[in-house]
Design a protein. Structure first.
Lengths: 263, 367
């Protein structure tokens, strides 16, 4: 389990995050939602140790502050929003970087094929020989996810759960690949790992998240199950527009929900 | 269902090597090692004198095979005391320049970083010039303590200071701006040039001559003493480079991603900066500013074996050494018996190559 208490982050003299409590349990997807600039990514960066914070983050009963980078690397992997490269790496070479920490948790002998298997999982079968820089943004994002999956291939290592941190994993993807990626996250959780994801699509969030943390102006506005959190009042207030949960569009305006997909 | 799974596993096996250039890279490293061996022998064998290095080597290694035509003492001196130190120094400097270029490009995450282009060599040069000009007077006591290491250490200090300032200026929140880096390099180079100018103003006639020849960049005047002075520092930087490879690969994804992969980023960057400064400083101290090796060699190799630093760094060391020896051979023979400074050859070849890179990567700058 990851538990964060009273997390605050300041950049310069500006306070960006104030007193946020957060937790994710093994077997769960915890989604962080909120409007632009509400501090979601900053909070995630505090959780992953990229930004200095005050408060306490405990991962599998160990205080994050006392862990070395290579120790945290064996406990969690992080998918950034986007990654630009200046050198001509092939897709295979990028995905293989995920094996760098040496604790993929795959069976001996499986590791050699891991990059290719990870690419198949993110629906990039046959892309191994392509150049990363020549791919579209959505394809690059999935290559990075394959790399991240290699790093924590086994959701449980030595009896300890591991975690995936996903910063807007589906924002540049088409609907099919949004579902594929969220299914990968759900599968990771079902096999005993924990997932923390920043999401913008409230329908996808409702469909996949076990627990939702709503951020607003650097603070936690609400936390709970989708049923508890996604109420008219709360999301209207947080997103500052009058939203209604479960209201169908008037007349015959078409709408498409991810929940309708038969995968 | 079972069939399709078996089929896809079979496909996976077949494609396991797609995008994996490690076998090609290893093969290239072997070829480059052979190339370096050949270049070393050719360099030993050629020169203004007709002393045959092959005969010297043969007589030295296999006295029994000697055909009786004893080598003259003069040939022996030419090969052992003139050509051999020059070749050894060429190998050291060539690999140091190429590796420090590659490491710097990895550190700054961009293929245009090169100690010569962004003012680091100029900073090293300033350190060296200060010692050359003030060594006899103000810095006398320092020279007495550090001996032959004063010059390379001063150049190292100049290179280190420049690299640190450059990194501070060009990097914000873990992202390095290419434009800022190149522009900051121009400013730092100009500042180092200004201070160097003051030193030149203070120099006497003999020092001026030294400075002029040194400044053009050359392996001429290679001695075992110079090798003893710069060799250990360069060797340390070269030995450190394989340990930087993994971290540089991770850094290609950005500082945050490198941290997520388990690299202690801050510590790692410091080691990389010190090793670039050491290799650049020691090279500049003994051979002056030899430009473009650090940008041409890694760039060519990336086209062939890819950017994986585990292979790129050793391959750069080998090709850098070979290229410098070849350039030196040209510099010694093109206007024989006189010789052209090596820096002129590398600049004449490297300048157009650099423009070619810019043309191919115009979008990269995004000023």
């Amino acid at each position: 389990m990851i538990e964060a208490q009273n997390i605050s982050v300041s950049i310069g003299s500006r306070r960006i995050i104030s007193d946020v409590d957060f937790e994710v349990r093994p077997g769960e997807i915890a989604a962080i939602v909120g409007p632009n600039g509400s501090g979601k990514t900053t909070f995630l960066k505090a959780l992953t140790g990229d930004l200095p914070y005050t408060g306490r983050v405990v991962i599998n009963n160990r205080d994050m502050a006392g862990l070395k980078p290579w120790e945290t690397a064996s406990m969690r992997a992080v998918l950034p929003q986007s990654t630009a490269l200046s050198f001509p790496f092939t897709v295979h070479e990028i995905v293989k970087l995920g094996l760098m920490s040496g604790r993929s948790g795959a069976l001996a002998g499986e590791e050699r094929n891991l990059p290719e298997r990870a690419l198949v999982r993110v629906d990039l079968d046959g892309f191994a020989g392509r150049f990363y820089q020549e791919l579209s943004g959505g394809e690059q994002q999935r290559v990075q996810l394959a790399r991240v999956l290699c790093q924590v291939w086994a959701p449980v290592l030595d009896g300890n759960p591991r975690y995936l941190f996903l910063d807007e994993p589906v924002s540049s993807l088409d609907i099919k690949h949004q579902l594929i990626i969220m299914d990968i996250a759900r599968d990771f959780a079902l096999r005993g790992g924990g997932v923390v994801a920043i999401l913008h699509d409230l329908n996808l969030t409702a469909m996949y998240a076990d627990r939702i943390f709503v951020m607003h102006r650097g603070r936690l506005a609400a936390a709970g199950t989708p049923q508890e959190v996604l109420s008219d009042d709360l999301i209207s207030e947080v997103f500052e527009c009058g939203l209604k949960v479960g209201r169908l569009p008037a007349g015959n305006t078409p709408f498409v929900l991810p929940q309708s997909a038969a995968v | 269902m079972v069939d399709s799974v078996a089929g896809s596993v079979g496909n996976m096996e077949r494609r396991a090597s797609a995008g994996d250039r490690s076998a090609r890279a290893k093969f290239a490293i072997v070829l480059l090692a052979v190339l370096l061996g050949v270049t070393v022998l050719l360099s030993l064998a050629s020169g203004a004198s007709d002393a045959s290095a092959l005969a010297v080597v043969r007589d030295g290694l296999f006295p029994s095979m000697s055909d009786g035509s004893a080598l003259s003492e003069r040939d022996r001196i030419i090969v052992y005391d003139i050509r051999l130190p020059r070749v050894v120094l060429g190998v050291l400097i060539g690999s140091a320049l190429a590796v420090s270029g590659a490491v710097m490009q990895g550190l700054f995450r961009n293929p245009l970083a090169d100690p010569g282009l962004v003012g680091v060599s100029a900073g090293a040069g300033l350190g060296a010039i200060v010692v050359i000009v003030l060594g006899g007077t103000v810095l006398g006591p320092l020279l007495a303590i550090l001996g032959i290491y004063t010059l390379p250490l001063a150049a190292f200090a100049g290179a280190l200071a420049t690299t640190l300032v450059l990194y501070r200026v060009a990097t914000r929140r873990g992202q390095t701006s290419i434009a800022t880096m190149l522009l900051a390099g121009i400013a730092l180079g100009a500042m180092a040039g200004a201070f160097s100018g003051i030193m030149v103003y203070l120099a006497d006639d003999r020092q001026l001559r030294d400075l002029t020849f040194w400044g053009l960049g050359s392996l001429a005047g290679a001695t075992w003493t110079k090798i003893a002075a710069a060799g250990p520092i360069i060797a340390l930087a070269l030995i450190a480079s394989p340990f930087l490879a993994r971290g540089l690969n991770a850094l290609a994804l950005g500082e945050a991603a490198a941290h997520h992969l388990g690299i202690p980023v801050q510590w790692f960057k410091n080691v990389a900066i010190v090793s670039v400064a050491a290799a650049t400083g020691a090279s500049v101290a003994v051979s002056g500013g030899i430009g473009f090796v650090g940008i041409v060699v890694p760039h060519l190799l990336r086209l062939i074996i890819g950017p994986d630093n585990r292979y790129l760094l050793p391959a750069s060391a080998l090709l850098g050494a070979s290229m410098l020896l070849l350039a030196d051979a040209i510099s010694r023979t093109i206007v024989a018996p006189a010789e052209l400074p090596l820096g002129i050859i590398t600049a004449a070849g490297g300048g157009p190559f650099f423009l070619w890179i810019l043309l191919r990567k115009r979008g990269l700058l995004d000023l």
